[in-house]
Unconditional design. Structure first.
Lengths: 860, 376
């Protein structure tokens, strides 16, 4: 079994330790795990019910069931009555099934079942402490085998008899022990792990089947959760997610918040492993809806981790300091988390102190990594290499931990001037994360979930360091290739291509632009920009600003432009331009200029995707094209005039009462249709009063008002013709889950066409104009970029998109659209037409907020 | 389907804090303030715009309640004879001043007795054959009772006299005043015709969408007002109001304000202002010195700390603008404040414009202005 199969241990490698030590423990009371109907730990969801509580009824039912299993059939009428009440009043109908199961059994069979039950109970009563503590000491290593054998013996006998309950319980316990060993026994070889995993899965499935036969619900929770975990360990994330979801649904039905929390732990680990932070937010919010921070360390820990992973270290430390746990094991993790937050804030002494308090085992490797990070920051690079190279540290290291260690070693080597060593370490770290990403992405894509291993648990700093190291040895082109290869995978994977960019492809993209291409990687502490000229020459230059500083700079510039503070915007743009396009890069680009317009491709990643480069590039001779990453293959031939001959012009939705939702849009659409007319302009409805229209003339198919419906948009998306849409962007399209933002294009009749539906439609258009607000925006996934409407079009193969970075003023949008189409008709390329339209609005004295928002995403 | 306000299905308890941004819903909330959920009521109480309106409504309500107490049951009715004497009916007798006052207070609360007295206020029509006072006295041997008189006079005495309204004024005054107050409030809130020259507030541009949140105000520029400008507009003195887009399920909003250098990449310094509020707005207690600032918003949602974002603003000294504001001091209201709002708004001092606007009398136009969400 590959090492990657052990990946599901979550950040810091401690995620599941907690679950296993709490969740897999055969319950505080031995009865909990085998109660045919377990009473709820806390009532939730339903209001108080008159009469006996569900707990009281269940306790009484279980008591009577014990007597029935002891062949006291006089209790049956009372049990029937109780089962009815449980079903009718408390919505717990499993009692009826259990009763039917045991009533239908002969007294002899019941007696045999009870005998096996007694044997099972005896083992559980005498179960060794280590198991209970989730530890892995020598005693338990010796005892584990015999205990499993005894359980198997019970199962073998019991499952051949009518009363399968003891056997199912025994197998469930076997699966617990096997899973625990799988997690903690580092001496297992690949074959041994594979066999153990298969055995645990088989036991969990057989136990689940046994409980189903008995009609029992509560005991199923344990094997269901185990199956989820085992799928996760095997890298089967879709199956794992399904199992955890099933477990969650049953736990909710049974009103078992403890088991709900366990299911959430599984789902959280899956999201964390994939770097899907939007989903993590949702899961934590759901968990917090029924668990308080005081009763759930899981909630505290995961929220703090999420804040740290989002580089919000100050918030994380604030949060942790307000929620210090009391149990020693939780406290150890708390110290590790707080140490990480303090380290990120530059408080090295504080971080060192916290890591020291987190000792000793079982957090030693995590603590070692933390201490190495402190050493690195303190300038002790040699010590980092020494500590992390020790064989005892590297032995049986988890892949995620290995990537962290390799990153630290790479960083240390780079600081020591050992670029070759740095490249070896950093490249290996990226390869491991690439394997994790590839394994997860294949599965998560099928459910529309996000994966960003590099942006999430591993961190883009590895890539930034690698690019810097490559640059130092003069391998600038390879630096650029690495930057593009490891970011925005979804743009290439969606088309079934290899995720890595070949040098040939990179060069062909650079060659297709007059001024070449520019790409960036923004790491936590540093950034690298690389330029590849059309002739293949290249240069990679480090920028000494990390994620937080660049995010803040981009935000400040956006605020200044959107707030129409021209003076401030100019100053900020100048400062930002000088940093993100350092003199060496700017000079290279300038040297390629000449007469006429020159196109340059900006491959924007991380916070730079939101940077209004169009404001920075106001020289009309420089025509910017923007892409959030390189698509697969070569750029291909640009769109020809004939590709832009037949337009679908749609929008100006009306509500169910026929009222126009966007008054200026129909004017815009009619004007555009008129611009593209060939001979039959008279047939195009004109004027301000167009409420509905379905008009086709040579060159234009116009759908406005009530004619702008699902069918017309779907047809336009399939048409392979250029499309212009003027409508609202609707938030809250149909679900907060998934990779793409929960947005869509508003249609007439209160309908909406969601981003996910656009992706399913696979529009492969030469040019799509999305004249709505913020169509460039989306859910941000580090290393993957903004996931929204634009991404849905791009991944589908749409070649060019005109989008907006922020909400645009109605009349300015109309004016821009008309200028853009005029330029297109005049024969300009889409990127040139966008530049011309921006220049026209700028010349007309409109503020930057009205023209800098328009971005041409694509390749012409 | 959503129930219309005040319709059969309308439930003011379903209104949320987020609804306060909608002027229409905010009015509904104010109109039903005594039926609102405690959290929402608290939100309105501390709301910079709606808080004063609620206070006014409450004052009106308290006033009504106080007056209503005086309308409590009037106690045992005076005897008919006393009422007759009080009403100075023909042949009335003297009443002590103490008793007279007691009857006066009783009449203010007892419509029935007041009706009886009012019948005496207007002299009866002269009967065709009116008995002389003496005859009456002789015939009855005693003073006639009011009931007897009614019986004797037929229907004429039972009719409501013309002076009744004047006599009932003491009791109706509170009701009339209360009604007029409520009417006036209603007029303020809903009926002042739009388009009135004095109430044209600056308008936001029509955008195709909106994404100005969740950190609404302060933004862009904040005026560091001079003493003269503050004297003219006291709202410019004191700390800034931080206005936030309400976050679902948020129980706490935390604002940290820190200075930063004059550079795009400048790191923020240590927080100099830390504010907390259970509501999506919070006012700082102290003024900020001129300079560049970043405010970071943190929100507690179901106990979890989240950081929705940060926003910059600059505290600016603008002597010319302050001078212009100070010069407005002699102008009458509301034109004075409205002019200041316009001046500040047009020059990008949105937080200051809003601070002054919040001191203006309630109106639909003001609600619309203050309810404007920055679109970008």
């Amino acid at each position: 079994m590959a090492r990657a199969e052990r990946v599901g241990l979550g950040s810091l490698g401690i995620g599941l330790l907690i679950v296993l030590s709490n969740g897999l423990r055969p319950a505080g009371s031995q009865a909990r795990g085998r109660e045919p109907i377990a009473s709820s730990v806390a009532t939730q969801g339903k209001g108080p019910v008159a009469g006996p509580s569900v707990e009281a009824d269940i306790a009484e039912f279980n008591g009577l069931l014990g007597r029935l299993r002891g062949n006291d059939e006089s209790v049956v009428p009372a049990m029937r009555e109780l089962a009815e009440r449980l079903c009718n009043v408390h919505d717990r109908c499993d009692g009826k099934d259990i009763l039917t199961f045991y009533v239908g059994m002969s007294p002899e069979d019941r007696a045999r079942g009870l005998e096996e039950q007694a044997r099972y109970d005896e083992i559980m009563t005498k179960r060794p402490t280590p198991w209970n503590e989730g530890q892995n000491d020598e005693d338990w290593t010796i005892l584990r085998g015999p205990v499993v054998e005894q359980f198997r013996a019970i199962a073998e006998r019991s499952l051949r008899q009518p009363d399968v309950f003891p056997g199912a319980s025994a197998l469930s316990s076997c699966a617990v022990i096997e899973t625990d060993r799988l997690r903690s026994d580092y001496s297992l070889d690949e074959e041994g792990r594979r066999e153990l995993l298969a055995s645990a899965r088989e036991d969990a499935l057989a136990s689940l089947s046994g409980f189903q036969k008995c009609g029992m619900l509560t005991p199923r929770l344990q094997p269901m959760w185990l199956l989820g975990y085992l799928h996760m360990v095997a890298g089967e994330s879709v199956l794992a997610r399904r199992a955890f979801r099933d477990c969650l649904a049953l736990a909710r039905r049974l009103r078992r918040p403890d088991r709900q929390e366990m299911a959430f732990q599984g789902l959280i680990d899956l999201a964390k492993e994939a770097g899907d932070y939007p989903e993590l937010h949702l899961l934590l919010d759901q968990l917090a809806s029924f668990r308080t921070l005081a009763e759930s360390w899981l909630l505290v820990r995961e929220q703090a981790l999420l804040l740290e992973n989002e580089d919000l270290a100050e918030s994380s430390s604030q949060f942790l300091l307000g929620h210090r746990p009391s149990t020693p094991s939780d406290l150890g993790q708390w110290h590790v988390l707080l140490g990480g937050a303090l380290l990120r804030q530059g408080n090295l002494n504080g971080a060192r102190e916290q890591y020291a308090l987190a000792q000793p085992l079982p957090l030693s490797r995590v603590v070692t990594l933390g201490m190495a990070s402190v050493d690195l920051r303190a300038g002790n690079a040699e010590r980092v290499l020494e500590q992390l190279s020790k064989p005892e540290f590297r032995k049986d290291i988890y892949p995620y931990e290995e990537t962290l260690a390799l990153q630290l070693c790479g960083d240390a080597a780079l600081r020591l001037g050992q670029s070759g060593e740095a490249i070896r370490n950093l490249d290996r770290a990226l390869r491991i994360s690439g394997q994790m990403q590839a394994r997860l992405a294949i599965q998560r894509d099928s459910i529309g979930a996000a994966t960003s291993v590099l942006g999430g648990p591993v961190g883009l700093n590895t890539l930034a360091l690698l690019a810097e190291a490559r640059g130092r040895i003069g391998d600038h082109l390879e630096a650029a290739r690495a930057i593009e290869s490891w970011q925005s995978w979804s743009l290439r994977k969606a088309n079934g291509a290899n995720v890595e960019i070949s040098t040939e492809n990179l060069l062909s993209w650079a060659h297709s632009m007059d001024l070449g291409l520019v790409t960036w990687v923004v790491g936590a502490d540093s950034t690298v920009v690389a330029h590849v000229a059309p002739d293949g020459s290249s240069e990679a230059v480090p920028i000494h600003h990390g994620l937080r500083a660049i995010e803040a700079a981009v935000r400040r510039l956006n605020e200044a432009i959107r707030g129409s503070d021209g003076v401030l915007a100019e100053r900020l743009a100048s400062q930002i331009g000088a940093e993100i396009l350092p003199q060496r890069i700017a000079a290279r680009i300038a040297s390629l200029g000449g007469s006429g317009r020159k196109r340059v491709l900006f491959l924007v990643h991380g916070p730079l995707e939101r940077l209004p480069l169009e404001f920075l590039c106001r020289n009309e001779r420089v025509v910017p094209l923007v892409l959030p990453g390189l698509p697969d293959g070569e750029p291909g031939a640009p769109v020809a005039p004939r590709d832009l001959a037949n337009w679908n012009v749609l929008g100006s939705p009306v509500d169910s009462a026929g009222r126009s939702l966007l008054p200026g849009a129909s004017e815009e659409l009619v004007a555009i249709a008129a611009l593209h007319k060939t001979t039959s302009v008279e047939s195009i409805p004109s004027g301000k009063t167009v409420q509905a229209g379905d008009t086709e003339v040579p060159g234009v198919r116009l759908r406005v008002g009530s004619a702008f419906d699902r069918q017309s948009l779907a047809a336009a998306l399939q048409s392979r013709a250029p499309m212009h849409i003027a409508t609202h962007l609707r938030h809250g399209c149909g679900g907060a889950e998934g990779r793409l933002a929960d947005v869509g294009l508003e249609l007439s009749g209160d309908d909406v066409f969601c981003a996910g539906e656009i992706l399913e439609s696979r529009p492969q258009l030469p040019l799509a104009v999305l004249a709505a607000c913020e169509t460039a925006e989306g859910r941000f996934l580090d290393a993957q970029g903004l996931q929204g409407l634009a991404r849905a079009f791009l991944e589908s193969g749409t070649r060019n998109l005109l989008v907006t970075l922020w909400p645009v003023e109605d009349q300015a949008a109309r004016r821009f659209a008309e200028e853009f189409h005029r330029a297109l008709i005049a024969g300009e390329r889409p990127s040139e037409a966008a530049t011309s339209a921006r220049a026209a609005l700028r010349s007309a004295g409109l503020p930057a907020a009205d023209w800098a928002a328009f971005r041409l995403i694509g390749r012409d | 389907m959503k129930a219309p306000p005040n319709g059969p299905g309308f439930d003011p308890r379903q209104l949320s804090i987020e609804d306060l941004r909608d002027p229409g819903k905010a009015e509904e909330a104010l109109a039903h303030w005594d039926e609102l959920a405690p959290a929402l009521l608290t939100a309105i109480e501390t709301h910079p715009q709606h808080g004063p309106r609620l206070a006014k409504l409450r004052r009106a309500d308290r006033w009504l309640a106080t007056r209503a107490q005086t309308l409590r049951p009037a106690g045992p009715c005076p005897s008919p004879e006393e009422l007759y004497d009080y009403g100075r009916g023909p042949g009335y007798g003297p009443l002590s001043s103490v008793r007279k006052s007691e009857i006066e207070r009783h009449l203010a609360r007892c419509g029935e007795c007041e009706g009886i007295v009012e019948t005496l206020a207007t002299p009866p029509p002269v009967p065709l054959e009116a008995p002389s006072r003496e005859e009456v006295l002789t015939a009855g041997g005693e003073r006639p009772r009011s009931g007897d008189r009614n019986a004797a006079d037929g229907s004429e005495f039972g009719k409501r006299p013309a002076r009744r309204r004047l006599r009932s004024l003491p009791r109706l005054v509170p009701l009339l005043v209360a009604a007029s107050l409520i009417l006036a409030l209603g007029v303020w809130i809903a009926l002042i015709p739009s388009g009135s020259e004095t109430l044209i507030f600056p308008q936001a541009p029509l955008l195709r969408g909106s994404s100005g949140g969740p950190l609404f105000f302060p933004r862009d520029r904040v005026l560091h007002a001079t003493a003269e400008a503050k004297a003219a507009f006291p709202a410019l003195a004191g700390g800034l109001m931080f206005e936030i887009e309400p976050q679902a399920n948020a129980t706490m909003y935390r604002v940290d304000v820190a200075r930063h250098g004059d550079d795009a990449f400048a790191a923020v310094e240590q927080s100099i202002v830390k504010l907390e509020s259970a509501l999506p707005f919070v006012k700082a207690t102290e003024e900020l010195a001129p300079g560049h600032y970043t405010w970071v918003l943190r929100v507690v949602v179901r106990g979890l700390l989240q950081e929705p974002g940060a926003r910059d603003f600059e505290v600016v000294e603008d002597a010319e603008l302050c001078k212009q504001l100070a010069e407005l001091v002699s102008r009458p209201e509301p034109g004075r404040s409205l002019t200041a709002v316009r001046m500040l708004h047009e020059q990008g001092y949105l937080s200051d414009a809003r601070a002054i606007a919040r001191t203006m009398p309630p109106s639909r136009e003001l609600d619309t202005y203050l309810g404007q969400v920055p679109g970008r």
